[in-house]
Design a protein around this ligand. Structure first.
Ligand code: FPP
Length: 253
């Protein structure tokens, strides 16, 4: 078998293009601490975080990763101040407005994961426009988890299963494959495969209600880097380390 190798890896090491993870998910944490460290307001921290996010989307697309999911706004993030919440959604609108052309050029398909019916109207409209405009793109699928919480996702799936069973659309008992279809990652987002790799920045080592069902066999990478300082080079380093891990999925080699 030919080992295709990336000749111009940013930090000088080799990435095996035969072993690129199919789905990478990222908990983009540390914008607030970055802002405090740099003596700027929290929105400036999120703005810097958005630049990191754009760089990682570009890199993921260049590496041929098929799915990238970012945790942009959790069901718990509504507890933040009105100012911070509206600032995050303004950034989101800015992102989709300014970067729609580049996303299309790179053949990126954008999807929203979570109950976004309740987000500010202009953000909802911008996202819907972006999803519509990119829906036929066949490159990287970029999933933005918005008003997403995994427990709510699982409960919603169970309630929809009960409703469908009452309508005789499905038969009990259900199996893992059918249950997966009822999650946000299921039919609604084109049946995204479970993440191969979950990255969390900023030194925290927890999942914070992110992809709890889907992470059963994911590899985890934790870094102390605050999200706005996270570079494409560090992303490549993490992918390279992932490629050297042995994944057994509960079996034996
Ligand atoms: C976590 O950092 C980050 C968030 C809750 C928001 C993530 C938002 C972005 C990366 C930019 C905007 C992009 C989109 C797509 C909306 P934190 O604020 O919890 O940091 P802290 O733990 O240091 O306070």
């Amino acid at each position: 078998m030919w080992l295709l190798r990336q000749p111009h890896s940013l930090y000088g090491k080799m990435i095996d293009l035969n072993k690129i993870p199919t789905h990478v998910a990222v908990i983009m944490d540390g914008n607030g601490r970055w802002a405090a460290k740099n003596r700027v307001n929290r929105i400036s921290g999120h703005n810097a975080g958005m630049e990191s996010m754009k760089n990682i989307v570009r890199k993921a697309s260049d590496l041929g990763i098929k799915y990238l999911t970012v945790y942009a706004f959790s069901t718990e993030n509504w507890k933040r101040t009105e100012e911070e919440v509206s600032g995050i959604f303004k950034l989101l609108v800015k992102f989709v407005k300014l970067d729609l052309d580049e996303l299309c050029e790179k053949n990126v398909k954008v999807m929203v994961m979570g109950d976004y019916s309740v987000i500010p109207d202009n953000a909802k409209k911008s996202l819907e426009k972006t999803m519509e405009k990119t829906k036929d793109n066949t490159g990287l699928q970029f999933n933005i988890a918005l008003n997403y919480g995994s427990r709510a996702e699982i409960l919603r799936g169970i309630n929809n299963i009960i409703a469908d069973e009452k309508k005789r659309k499905i038969n009990l008992p259900i199996d893992e494959k059918l249950f997966s279809k009822y999650l946000y990652t299921g039919d609604e987002c084109g049946n995204v495969p479970d993440p191969d790799l979950i990255i969390r920045t900023s030194g925290e080592q927890r999942l914070s209600n992110f992809l709890l069902w889907q992470c059963a066999y994911s590899e985890f990478a934790f870094t102390d880097t605050l999200w706005p300082d996270f570079t494409r080079e560090e992303f490549e380093q993490i992918i390279e380390k992932y490629q050297n891990r042995e994944r057994r999925f509960g079996g034996r080699n």
